[in-house]
Design a protein around this ligand. Structure first.
Ligand code: MCA
Ligand code: AMP
Length: 510
């Protein structure tokens, strides 16, 4: 009997040793709280059980999904995490879908990933059905996981593909950025070290879970560390302040627009309440800003209100985080610091030569966290790398040993509310509007959003168009943050070659 038990224990041990490190680590945190949502608190043990059921269900009679793409449309919740881990444990590639996206955008992601399984929250099943259309893909509701029996799961080697996050480029529709489990581990452990994550941390997640910022920096880092991740289904400034006050939060990470909106909400509050809000922030150990430039005035106002100098860092879907101000030591306003652990950064000129300190150059990055490929885009992947360095398209300078981002090489990439959008993609869509002859989309500086998506249109003869009608039409085709906020009907300014001069278009707004 004793021998049998010893063998069983050894088998259990061997089986767990072959599990992904994130899952192995979760076993050692078993009874600690992992996730807190509006539905309650869930331990690491519950997460292991729930993700095991997801994995068993989607495996059906297969022993390993062998990198099949599994797209999932689940709002930030315990189910989201169980599904993401379930896909990983079954050997699939997790392809998160955005809850705010219209059917047309969801369809693009599902088709681009060539997902064989699509998982939906019960409330979003109809939307997903519309996005899947007549194609042969297995559609599964998260309802089905509740009573699924747990079966044996495959060993998933770390070099295998794990995650596909879609991102916009200068041209074309969003591409699938693929990272392996090794890449994910490197991205996560880099931040665990840089920001000293530990099991006593408690983070509030208020970011969408179809971007690296929410998925890696917040959720996966928390779960790797054995910490608690408290989730809101979506950002709401008042609710965030309530949680700051009520929960033992130690960490917060967000985009500048969120900090701006939190300041607006703070300023509207009564003096007594303001003090409570500020005191709640002072209890935290770290507040981080990223995904878009943090204006110095915003950093200063936040410091006045909360006593925190926001730690600004720089990252990209393709690389995870690249540069960060220090956790300990001076954080320089307007700067993004130095390379995070495990990442090398260099600046190169237009001829590909590394520039001297103090000179401007494109940021190039190398390290284990860097993605492995754009999904089924070998040529795009090849072009993105130079001698093994990933070219970000962002321009920076090093001053006093710290990087300062100066902008992007392409005017056609817009950052709005922390979302990266492609002017080219929006223009392509708007050109299919029956009243639009030609158009030019630009990002215009905006206090709240950083940049706001604006469009100048030339109309077809005899046509009229209002912003409201255009927005309504565009909302069915584009993610909400790609829908233009302002429109100007005009004759587009062109140069002698007939090319639209985007700088002049930008000048038409604001
Ligand atoms: C938004 N909308 C929605 C939803 N979310 N509708 C239905 N369901 C939703 N979940 C609607 C809004 O009401 C709004 O409608 C419209 O969509 C525009 O949305 P958005 O631009 O998102 O504005 P917002 O709702 O006002 O939210 C602002 C926000 C949000 C909270 C700052 O944009 C946000 O969460 N941004 C973070 C993005 C992010 O995580 N980026 C990281 C990528 P209407 O138009 O009618 O008002 S960069 C990255 O990952 C790299 C690695 C990095 O460096 O971090
Ligand atoms: P995404 O491709 O959505 O991951 O967005 C990555 C891009 O966001 C980068 O290429 C930068 O242009 C921008 N970005 C991220 N963090 C910062 C930052 N701290 N300052 C300026 N730009 C940033």
């Amino acid at each position: 009997m004793g021998d049998t038990l010893a063998v069983a224990r050894r088998d259990e041990y061997v089986r767990h040793m072959a599990e992904l490190p994130l899952v192995q680590r979760a076993r050692s945190h078993a009874d600690r709280t992992a996730v807190i949502t509006t539905d309650g608190s869930f331990t690491y043990r519950e997460l292991l059980e729930a993700s095991g059921r997801v994995a068993s269900h989607i495996l059906a009679d297969r022993s390993d999904l062998e990198e099949a793409r599994v797209a999932f449309l689940v709002p930030p919740s315990f189910d989201y995490v169980a599904v993401q881990w379930g896909i990983w444990r079954a050997g699939g590639i997790a392809v998160p879908l955005a809850v705010s996206h219209p059917v047309a955008e969801l369809r693009h992601v599902i088709e681009n990933a060539d997902a064989s399984i699509v998982i939906a929250d019960p409330e979003l099943e109809e939307t997903v059905r519309g996005a899947v259309g007549p194609a042969r893909r297995l559609l599964v509701s998260t309802r089905h996981f509740r009573n699924a029996p747990a079966t044996a799961l495959p060993d998933v080697a770390e070099w295998r593909r794990a995650l596909m996050v879609h991102t916009s480029g200068t041209t074309g529709k969003p591409k699938g950025v693929v990272t392996t489990h090794t890449n994910v581990r490197a991205q996560v452990t880099s931040l665990i070290t840089a920001w000293e994550w530990n099991g006593d941390d408690h983070i509030l997640l208020t970011l969408p879970l179809h971007h690296v910022h929410g998925i890696i920096n917040v959720l996966t880092c928390a779960l790797w560390a054995g910490a608690r991740c408290e989730m809101l289904p979506r950002f709401d400034a008042e609710e965030v302040w309530r949680r700051f006050v009520a929960s033992p939060i130690t960490l917060f990470m967000a985009v500048p627009t969120i900090y701006h909106r939190l300041i607006v909400a703070w300023e509207k509050a009564a003096p007594e309440r303001r003090k409570t809000m500020s005191d709640a922030c002072r209890r935290m150990r770290l507040m981080v800003s990223g995904s878009a430039p943090l204006p110095v005035q915003l950093l200063e106002r936040w410091r006045e209100i909360c006593g925190h100098t926001l730690l600004e860092r720089y990252g990209m879907t393709e690389i995870g985080m690249g540069l960060s101000n220090p956790l300990r030591g001076e954080r320089i306003p307007g700067h993004v610091g130095t390379p995070v652990p495990g990442i090398e950064v260099r600046l190169v000129d237009e001829h590909g030569h590394q520039v001297d300190s103090g000179s401007t150059g494109e940021i190039q990055v190398r390290g284990t966290g860097v993605f492995c490929e754009y999904w089924r885009e070998p040529e795009e992947t090849r072009k993105a790398f130079h001698d093994g360095w990933f070219a970000t398209g962002d321009v920076a300078v090093v001053e006093n040993g710290s990087y300062r981002i100066l902008g992007r090489r392409s005017i056609d990439i817009i950052k709005t509310g922390g979302h990266k959008v492609s002017a080219w993609e929006i223009e392509e869509t708007l050109r299919s509007h029956p009243d639009i002859e030609e158009c030019a989309v630009v990002g215009v500086t905006d206090r709240d959003l950083g940049e706001s998506v604006c469009v100048a249109v030339e109309l077809r003869e005899g046509c009229t168009l209002t912003l409201d009608i255009l927005r309504q039409w565009a909302r069915e085709r584009l993610a909400p943050y790609k829908v233009p906020r302002e429109m100007c009907v005009t004759v587009l300014p062109r140069n002698a070659m007939g090319k639209v001069m985007k700088q002049d278009v930008t000048g038409m707004f604001g």
